[in-house]
Write a protein that binds this ligand. Structure first.
Ligand code: HEM
Length: 448
């Protein structure tokens, strides 16, 4: 370790007080983190009893944590609920074990294998929006969760989730609550709630039944597994027990739907807050896909440039995964700071995306930042909605094609008017969620 290495900065008593006041006022950890960034700087340590993570903000730290010094970190924080829930899911294991699962699950999620899902994304969107009465009010946080679940289960596992939606709705919300920031942060051994245990049991029953049924079906029919089906890929991989497959399925289910839910809900919120932008997106959708009922081609989806800018700007302002968690298994030096063995390290995507050192007017919604050929110039690794390096988001292509297709269909068929937009705030759950929800009045654009 070099001699110039500094201890991790902490808040001076006066700044600490301001942070605490902000926390009490907004009751939001996001406010506390933003104030720490303002008063302490782009690197700081939180000093709560039993919770002393080092938080890093900005491109240099992101690059080190995600790429150049990635081998110094482990993902697995043993006592975190997400580790207890996902057990040996690829999101929470390290080293060769992680790389093995990633190799198995990567091919079905590559862009060329995702594009053929466009018709399914389109039809699942219809399944949800067909239930909306003209002029009714819908909570987009709820509706987008339904849609994201149908899409994820239907396209990656070829399982129809519709018949189980109602029964598993509460268990899924409980699982998300279980892994969200909570008492466990300062009390890692806190006994788990009965509602969480019941939710895990319900999801396990469901997932193990799916795995057994598919194994039996493949054996009976003696057919080769479909390589574009994640579940069949896992079943066909030697050494993958039902337990290990359950861990990967649950990982994909949680990581793959809660994020898309948040992204879609935030896009609709921002469009609701900026009606002129909504009209511009709608005009683009009309020009590219018109009133056609048939799903768009991959080329058409690709041509939705302005919608893409809106999605990217939404991911900047409200990144569903707003923070990445690591641990240093040995004393380390990160960006010139000493990080003692065992420290939890966090890289804040949210704060990097709103850092005034790198972005013009960082809190403003401005899709033009991402206009092709005219992009706002920020250093690489300043914008990291899907992380980076070898552990970047495996579902990034899936999420982007899904978002464009779903939003195109929704905007093609409905007008949206946001209600109570001023009451909506970001909530730091498992993802960054618009709370208390995104209520919108929906009006059909064309006769069905
Ligand atoms: C808007 C949607 C999404 C966003 C913003 C997002 C964001 C991210 C980010 C930031 C990471 C890296 C976390 C870290 O460095 O600690 C990540 C990892 C991951 N994501 Fe996503 N994600 C999205 C959708 C999806 C989808 C659709 C899937 C699955 C189909 C998925 C599965 C995963 C998995 C399994 C990992 C762990 C990868 C690894 O450790 O190798 N995500 N995601």
């Amino acid at each position: 370790m070099s001699e110039t290495v500094q201890p991790l900065p902490i808040a001076e008593p006066r700044s600490g007080l301001k942070v605490l006041r902000g926390l009490a006022r907004d009751r939001s950890l996001l406010t506390a983190l933003s104030l720490m960034r303002t008063y302490v700087g782009p690197v700081f340590q939180i000093t709560m009893p039993r919770f002393r993570p080092a938080v890093f903000v900005g491109p240099d730290a992101n690059r080190q944590i995600l790429v150049t010094a990635r081998d110094q970190f482990s993902w697995r924080n043993e006592s975190d609920p997400v580790v207890r829930l996902l057990r040996r899911g690829m999101l929470v294991v390290d080293g060769e074990e992680h790389d093995h699962y990633r190799d198995v699950m990567d091919p079905p999620l590559q862009r060329r294998n995702v594009l053929p899902h466009i018709p399914a994304f389109w039809r699942y969107t219809d399944n949800v929006i067909d239930t909306w009465a003209d002029g009714s009010t819908q909570d987009m946080l709820v509706e987008m969760r339904k849609l994201a679940l149908l899409i994820l289960m239907g396209t990656t596992f070829h399982v129809d989730f519709a018949p189980d939606m109602e029964r598993l709705w509460q268990p899924i919300l409980h699982l998300i609550e279980y892994i969200s920031p909570g008492l466990w942060i300062v009390w890692p051994d806190a006994p788990s709630k009965a509602s969480h245990r019941r939710a895990i049991a319900a999801m396990d029953d469901y997932l193990y039944a799916i795995i057994r049924a598919r194994r039996a079906q493949l054996e009976q029919q003696g057919v080769a597994p479909d390589p574009t089906d994640l579940l069949e890929n896992l079943i066909a991989t030697p050494g993958m027990t039902d337990d290990l497959i359950r861990d990967q399925l649950l990982t994909m289910l949680i990581a793959g739907h809660d994020t898309s839910t948040a992204l879609l809900a935030w896009v609709l919120y921002l469009l609701g807050m900026h009606p002129a932008t909504m009209r511009q997106v709608q005009a683009e959708v009309d020009a590219v896909v018109g009133t056609q009922d048939e799903p768009p081609t991959a080329e058409q989806v690709n041509e939705l440039h302005f919608l893409d800018q809106v999605i990217k700007e939404t991911l900047r302002l409200y990144p569903p995964i707003h923070i990445g968690n690591r641990r240093v298994p040995q004393d380390s030096e990160i960006c010139g700071y000493r990080v003692p063995e065992g420290t939890r390290v966090m890289y804040s995507i949210y704060l990097s995306h709103r850092d005034k050192d790198h972005w013009r007017d960082p809190d403003a919604f401005c899709p033009a930042r991402f206009e092709r050929g005219q992009e706002e110039k920020v250093p690489p690794f300043t914008y990291v909605p899907f992380g980076g390096g070898p552990r970047n988001c495996i579902g990034a292509a899936f999420a982007q094609v899904e978002a464009r297709t779903v939003l195109a269909r929704m905007l093609q068929r409905f007008h949206f008017e946001l209600l109570d937009g001023d009451k909506i705030h970001p909530h730091m759950g498992a993802t960054l969620e618009p709370r208390p929800g995104v209520r919108m009045r929906v009006a059909r654009r064309f006769a069905p």
